[in-house]
Design a protein around this ligand. Structure first.
Ligand code: FO1
Length: 306
């Protein structure tokens, strides 16, 4: 079994590649919930939904989130009242949040509800929330103070400088059902190409998870989310610099060396392979930008053979 630490878009694309080369039931995705939010009274889990929709082939390919071919009647009707339409919830996407909210209100756990939603989309992999407890990524923005993740990411289009990130609730959060077992029993642990601070960080911040992953270091492979000093999508490069790290595969290696023995870096960073190895990780050089399913499957094969 492969246990993959996953955030949003980049992770979903690699997972799609993994599912093309191994049986889905051999894959367990441990997914970030630090982006989760309650809005309109609804429980919204963006990374769980991005993984679900992408693997179901239903994600909006332009944005990497939400459903393809969406309509926006509810948002338009909400605008009439001056309601909150800054966070775009399509009409069919709303059904996911309505269902999740209702099931949680009935006492179901987020892991159980996630499994019901994944099954309804015909997915065979296991998707585990990193925790079922409250854990909220918060970004301290220069001149504005602390924002919730979505206020930073969507509200400000992450175009504001961050001076700190914290994971509110982390000390009290417990690993979600199956998380520690999956990491301990996996043949391979994969750190997907997600934002190290905003997506992988909140997973590792759950007490017990970082230790569990570090214990599997020899069987862990990370894929760099930074290529030629830039993030493929999102603010990872700028944020790393703002927080005092280096926005390069070497900077990623400094963060990931305790977690994984191997770092997959893009061919554009081949010249930095030696510097990555100087940080204590084995560097594997391979094309790592996944425009489509074929490239995702090829990268998955590299990860599996690394
Ligand atoms: N991202 C945006 O940039 N704008 C949005 O209006 C937006 C709405 C949205 C609704 C549901 C959902 O699951 C994700 C949504 N996202 C939106 C993406 C989301 O902010 C990010 O996917 C993650 O939280 C970061 O990976």
């Amino acid at each position: 079994m492969i246990a993959a630490l996953a955030g949003g878009v980049g992770a979903a694309r690699l997972l799609r590649g993994l599912l093309a080369v191994v049986p889905p039931e051999d894959v367990t995705a441990i997914v970030n919930v630090g982006d989760d939010m309650v809005l309109h009274g609804l429980r919204i889990s963006p990374d769980l939904d991005t993984v679900t929709y992408t693997l179901a082939g239903a994600v909006n390919p332009e944005t990497g989130w939400g459903l393809v071919g969406e309509t926006w009647q509810a948002m338009d009707a909400l605008a009439r009242y001056g309601g909150q339409t800054w966070f775009r919830l399509g009409d069919r996407d709303l059904a996911t949040h309505l269902y999740r909210t209702q099931r949680l209100a009935e006492g179901a756990g987020l892991a159980a509800v996630t499994a019901e939603i994944a099954s309804a989309w015909g997915l065979g992999l296991r998707m585990l929330p990193a925790t079922e407890d409250r854990l909220e990524t918060r970004v301290d923005v220069v001149g504005e103070g602390e924002l919730s993740f979505q206020e930073y990411f969507v509200g400000r289009r992450h175009a504001v400088p961050a001076k700190a990130v914290r994971y509110d609730g982390d000390s009290a959060a417990r690993p979600g059902p199956g998380v520690l077992d999956a990491v301990a029993s996996a043949e391979l642990v994969v750190v997907c190409p997600s934002n190290p601070v905003l997506s992988i960080g909140p997973i590792l911040a759950v007490p017990g998870v970082r230790d569990a992953v570090e214990a599997r270091r020899a069987d862990a492979v990370a894929v760099s989310p930074i290529v030629a000093g830039a993030a493929i999508k999102g603010p990872a490069d700028r944020l790393l610099v703002e927080l005092g790290h280096e926005a390069s595969v070497v900077g990623v290696a400094r963060l990931y060396a305790p977690l994984a023995a191997t770092l997959v870096i893009d061919t554009a960073d081949e010249a930095l392979a030696g510097a990555v190895e100087a940080e204590g990780m084995r560097a594997v050089v391979a094309p790592s930008i996944m425009h489509g399913p074929d490239e995702a499957a090829a990268l998955a094969r590299v990860v599996l053979s690394a």
